[in-house]
Design a protein around this ligand. Structure first.
Ligand SMILES: [Mn+2]
Length: 362
């Protein structure tokens, strides 16, 4: 985290010193900047990138939002479409070195959930994720040694909260489009302020509320769903097994890694379930999405212990995600993963019960 000489007032999330440091990091030599978000970007990643695109634009710096992977969750696709967010995939950029460098949003250099080639210089990072061994412990590019601006706050529930802090420091009031995006970013990352939300998130939410286009936000958050969506959920329901207080849902082969968070989000609601883990195979990896229910607040620890040595992951207190590299033995990897997860969550000796096999109570 950047140690600002000036302490922001309690209502100011970002000081003018921090804003100035970011501005000089992005520079203004006529070259564009890449706003790099994590693969399979979610509303928080997209909204914060949009905010920094506006902020950079106010400094005369042009920036494009770029990412790896695709997009599966219907509401993520709806956000991009409804707000006309222009996205470029890293692989579609012919010459990455034409850009001055990258600002990472909702992810970090070295994190394995983003696939920007490391040859691109890091200019800045704004994020709120706790990562395993990947966490940025330095403020300089590992390849070039050049310093960059880093603002990584584990005590904030969304990158959109931080992005709004930067806009406010620059005295920019977001228009309805940007406010709608940021509102949805805070809302989805904190599950309506009920998951890993802190006071800055609550303040950001209430500031964005009157500025956002709420009917449009409602449309984005509940887009029309095709039958394949329900088939996917049906399959996940049939494969969900409860072991004591831990639920595991095998989603099989998935079309996009972000789909499994739909399942973990939903299944953590099950009575007496304290951890809900959804997993699915995509592109030779076994993806995991974990949700925890208070008083359990160790989702990232549980996830990292589950995948240890076999992949990468990161997250927050109540939600975490990552992947394992199964090599040629996907079933073997899934079995190891399950064994570790049950051991870490204290469910090793629990008798497995299918979620749909539970008796209906009351
Ligand atoms: Mn986020």
């Amino acid at each position: 985290m950047d140690k600002a000489a000036e302490t922001p007032s309690p209502k100011r999330l970002v000081s003018s010193t921090q804003l100035g440091s970011l501005r000089s990091s992005l520079g203004n030599d006529g070259r564009s900047v890449l706003l790099a978000v994590h693969d399979y970007p979610d509303p928080d990643a997209l909204a914060s990138a949009l905010a920094f695109q506006v902020l950079a634009g106010s400094w005369g710096v042009s920036a494009i939002i770029a990412h790896g992977g695709g997009m599966g969750r219907p509401e993520n696709k709806a956000l991009v479409k409804a707000l006309s967010i222009e996205l470029t995939r890293f692989e579609d950029i012919p010459n990455l070195t034409e850009y001055r460098g990258a600002m990472f949003l909702d992810t970090q250099p070295g994190a394995k959930n983003q696939s920007l080639p490391p040859s691109v210089r890091t200019l800045a990072v704004v994020d709120h994720h706790r990562l395993g061994a990947d966490s940025v412990r330095f403020n300089s590019d590992p390849v070039t040694g050049q310093p960059f601006y880093a603002d990584i706050r584990l005590d904030v529930g969304s990158s959109s909260t931080l992005a709004l802090g930067y806009l406010e420091a620059a005295e920019i009031v977001p228009d309805a489009r940007l406010a709608t995006a940021l509102f949805l970013g805070v809302k989805t990352d904190t599950a309506n302020l009920m998951r890993d939300a802190r006071m800055p998130d609550i303040l950001a939410y209430t500031r964005l509320l009157p500025l956002a286009d709420l009917p449009l936000a409602a449309e984005i958050i509940s887009p029309p769903l095709g039958r394949e969506h329900f088939r996917f959920l049906d399959d996940a329901l049939r494969h969900a097994v409860i072991y004591g207080h831990s639920l595991v849902a095998d989603c099989g082969a998935i079309t996009s890694p972000d789909m499994i968070s739909l399942v973990s989000d939903e299944f953590i609601k099950a009575r007496d379930v304290r951890y809900a883990l959804a997993h699915g195979a995509h592109g030779g990896r076994l993806y995991l999405s974990l949700r925890a229910k208070p008083p359990q607040e160790d989702a990232t620890r549980v996830l990292l212990k589950t995948i240890r040595g076999a992949g990468r992951g990161g997250g927050h207190n109540l939600s975490a995600g990552g992947f394992m590299n199964p090599g040629r033995d996907l079933p073997g990897c899934a079995a190891v993963m399950l064994e570790r997860f049950l051991a870490v969550t204290g469910a090793k000796t629990a008798v497995p019960t299918p979620l749909l096999g539970l008796p209906t109570v009351q």
